[in-house]
Design a protein around this ligand. Sequence first.
Ligand code: SF4
Length: 587
Amino acid sequence: MTEFPYKPRKNQLRMLEDLKKSIVERRHFVAEAPTGFGKTVVVLSALKSVGAEKIIYLTRTLSQQRTVIKESRVLGLKAIAVQGRVHYCPIARKSEELRKGDSEELSKLCTTLKKNNDCEYSTEFRGEIFNAYPEEFYDELTSEGVCPYMAMKSMLSSANIAVAPYTFYLNPFIRRKFMEWLSHPKPIIVVDEAHNFPEVARDSLTVEISHRSVLSAEKEAVELGDPMLCEEYHASDFLEIIAEMLDEFSEERALQPYEFESMATQRLKVSLEKYRDMLRRGIEIGEELRSEKARKRKLPRSFLYRVSVNLLYMSEERENTIKIASGGRNPKITMYPLDISPLTVDLRATVSIHISGTLYPLDYYRDVISLPESTFMKIYPSPFPRENLLVLYAEDVTSKYEFRNEETYRRMAEYIEKIISLGKNVAIFFPSYKFMGEVLKYVDDEIIVEGSEDSNILLSRFIRYGGVIAGVLGGRFSEGIDLPGKLLEIVIIAGLPYPQPTVYRKALMNYFDNILGKGWEYVFEVPAIRKTVQAIGRLIRSEKDKGVAVILDKRAFRLGNYYKNFKRCSNPQKIIEEVRRFFNDFS
Ligand code: SF4
């Protein structure tokens, strides 16, 4: 009999048994279960009941991390909230400058301070603090003069669960160390809110060189006395040529694999090997500057170092990547990955569990991160009554790029004003900030707009006074807010968030077409549907919640399979009638 700490909700035990079977059979597990299902406690109960020794639980936000810690307490597991130095290094936290550092820069600072015996948080920690929220962990240790980051590292080998941000797994440099601290050959890996995972993985492999960053490197080189990168070139001359080349890019276009490097070597009149040697010298000079800054407790940042590292990285052969040049006010080259499977090699070598409120279609997720065909995949239905949600869509309007004009903005505003006039608490989500600005110009009502002030302040104002809140799909309000009961009764999706057809997305589409035959679906349709379903998911957070979603986009017919109560409407009046009828039926 499986141990489960609460009275189970509908379908929770089914998922628990499926998970246990998967883990025992060493099959990867990919599942969608709606928000409010109670996925975290199910996963942890299954892992506990099969006796999993070591688990890496990857989360994206602090609140997800807290949920895992909370359920670990209930289940009597030993969990640690893993955080980077930006959260757990007291020296970095106390300095405005150091707080801006990335993980690599703070690691450099830490190594330098420790080497010089210059860290005041050197008290050795021999105890154990499991199941503490990150803030509790930090406060308790720093009050004893102990470094929370070092204490966390030392405790990982005896913990059952390391609850870590995605980056601890996706950054190869951090992952290698993280695995050493865990000292376990094959921990089970859980990816929470997994719909974000491929995108975050892609971002972590993306490298960029911008005109602005090259100018900063040039300025830094001059301040350093303009050192030589080889017999012929001072650093500033070299960087000026690179800046000129970037400046010549106007339209966004894909570059041939070595196009930029051959342009650079021709202008510099050097071989590719010599070009790379110059970059290696740039790295050395930048590294000396970084060490000096770290010794003085300054942020160990060098633009020359960064630019040289990125140019060198781009100049080496990288499979399944694409370099894209773009113009504008800050011309740049960006190297994007097409394939993220190299990042998930270790994950495939163990058992992994991937859960989310919106992971449909599951085979897309499995394919993108290259899990095997044998992966167990399942969608668990909502434990809440399906008739509590009504989804309507308007068939005479769309946010399609070619229809983004005054007529569309006015028509959407008309729908929005009519819906607001019903006097319910409403959230409106748009495909982008720009589109939101255009439509809201024509709406007279008072609206709390995401981005206008600190999100927490805006949210507490909405919770206190109600009214209308607006944000973007994929943003904080559409994915991270919990507004049960009458706090939120209507969600308006003002246009489906199909991504822009950039050069990169088109390249990605061709790549998926070639390997899976589903390019358009994977690159454009799935992200738009997922963001929409996530936003609509804000409405039903408990058994008693009832809500209406109104999608102002005729392309929404594609969501028909997703919802039980799904209707098309031809004008604002029809929508108002449907909404009124729905709420009257429940009153
Ligand atoms: S050892 Fe010192 S410098 Fe390193 S993370 Fe801890 S407090 Fe920061």
